[in-house]
Design a protein around this ligand. Structure first.
Ligand code: ZN
Length: 469
């Protein structure tokens, strides 16, 4: 995610199947129990769910811009990880009309942002099952301090909707296990009035019209965290092709935007190809961009395979969001406190891009940023390795995170550093990782002890000394 303005300052819960077998009972089967309502992320205790692992979402989203109403049908295929008597999905507001488990009506109730589902019969551990939720309503964006004070999530535009959900707004438009550690593949079908285009993740596998409506079927066949899903709808000019490096590209641009400031298509193609050399093979089937006119959203987001730009469209933002395809989208955080693994790396990518273009070395960008922030500035008080929920997108997570990487590069040298980055993206491709994993790998690749460096840059609440030389 990138702020539209300069961003400078800005255990799993053990789902215990409590097998209370009485001493007198021989070979008693463990009792089926409800899955946990969250996966235990301290920033968002209710997000994600226990007792199953998501495998695939099939989402049908029918949108009516005049009323703002969404009619949805979501089928999640999942695998039970315990004997389940009940389980949850995350769903914020909206109205549930019915729930089916493997085609049979299931009971359900609401408890805050949890949709509690009681299948007609117990789901056995290891069993694959499909839960379908039919629902409707007018999705509301979230607001609050988390995302730079901006609204985020499902946001109405003048011709449709702009959908960008980091960190916790996926569950405002589809029932999900709404945590990055709960990745799945997706089919997303968008249905909207004729004349509008529905843009989503992965590749467009079908489109057509019926009556006064148009439909668009997208397929993301690589694992995706729910917050990276989109169903952005509006009037768009679409340009498709292939990057010089061979990756399919799809760029949707709101035609009412003034043309010409930045060549989004060209920069997207060039950055996708360049990052593929620096960070490792591009992890998804298609690259691209959604360039919408949504100035009320104060940010852009690294939507998987197609970053969504709300207002600002400059080269720096584009290379930042594309770097996230590796750092954030393919390699995702295990818990939200690891967010610097996304934002520090994407900010560092901006410095690498300047180095690539010959405008500034990362060495100089680092010192310029560092020297621009006095030692007594509150910027240095944020603990980057655990920035706390409401300041998880603080400027320090971005810039001090990037400084950490430059300090690392200066310690271990270019050879080890540029081996480390693609090794990291290969080792955790389509998975989740945390800060300790990164430190371990950096030590392994460089053959050096680096605990002091990471502790100084990520864990302390003071301005570290500049690296020597
Ligand atoms: Zn970002």
């Amino acid at each position: 995610m990138a702020l539209s303005r300069s961003a400078r300052r800005s255990s799993r819960w053990l789902a215990l199947a409590t097998a209370v077998a009485s001493a007198a009972t021989i070979a008693a089967a463990p009792a089926a129990t409800p899955g946990a309502p969250g996966i235990g992320d301290p920033y968002f205790p209710g997000l994600g769910n226990g007792g199953y692992r998501p495998l695939h979402y099939d989402l049908g989203v029918s949108y009516h811009p005049d009323s703002g109403r969404l009619d949805g049908r979501a089928t999640l295929t999942a695998r039970a990880t315990q004997d389940l008597s009940a389980f949850d999905l995350d769903l914020q507001k909206l109205t549930v009309d019915r729930v089916l488990v493997d085609g049979h009506r299931a009971g359900f109730s609401r408890a805050g942002d949890e949709l509690v589902i009681r299948p007609g019969r117990t789901l056995a551990r290891g069993q694959r099952f499909a839960v379908t939720v039919v629902y409707h309503g007018v999705p509301q964006p979230l607001s609050g301090p988390i995302v730079f004070g901006s609204k985020y999530g499902w946001m109405k535009t003048k011709d449709g909707v702009f959908v960008a959900c980091e960190p916790n707004a996926a569950s405002t438009w589809f029932p999900s296990s709404d945590h990055p550690d709960e990745k799945a593949t997706y089919d997303i079908r968008i249905d909207a009035p004729k004349g509008l285009t529905g843009v989503s993740n992965g590749r467009l596998v079908g489109t057509g019209e019926h009556g006064g409506r148009a439909w668009f079927h997208w397929r993301e066949s690589r694992p995706m965290a729910p917050y990276l899903a989109t169903a952005t709808i509006g009037k768009f000019d679409v340009r498709t092709g292939t990057t010089p490096g061979g990756t399919p590209i799809y760029v949707a641009t709101d035609p009412t935007l003034p043309a010409g400031k930045v060549d989004v298509y060209g920069v997207t193609a060039a950055a996708t190809d360049y990052w593929s050399k620096v960070f490792g093979p591009y992890p998804f089937e298609e690259t691209g961009a959604i360039v919408d006119d949504m100035p009320q959203a104060g940010f852009s987001l690294e939507v998987q395979s197609k970053p969504a730009y709300s207002a600002v469209r400059n080269e720096t933002t584009i290379v930042h969001e594309l770097a996230h395809q590796w750092f954030g989208d393919s390699v995702s955080v295990r818990q939200w406190k690891d967010i610097w693994l996304n934002e520090g790396f994407a900010t560092y990518a901006q410095w690498l891009w300047a180095e690539h273009k010959g405008t500034a070395t990362a060495h100089d960008s680092f010192r310029k940023a560092y020297q621009g922030i006095p030692a007594d500035d509150p910027f240095w008080k944020i603990k980057v390795s655990d920035p706390q929920r409401d300041t998880m997108f603080a400027g320090a997570v971005y810039e001090r995170g990037a400084m950490t990487l430059q300090a690392l590069r200066e310690r271990i040298g270019d050879k080890a550093f540029f081996k480390l980055l693609p090794t990291w993206t290969a080792q955790h491709r389509y998975g989740n990782a945390d800060t300790a994993d990164f430190i371990r790998l950096a030590e392994k690749v460089s053959g050096r002890r680096l605990g002091d460096l990471f502790h100084t840059w990520l864990d302390t609440r003071t301005r570290p000394a500049l690296p020597g030389k």
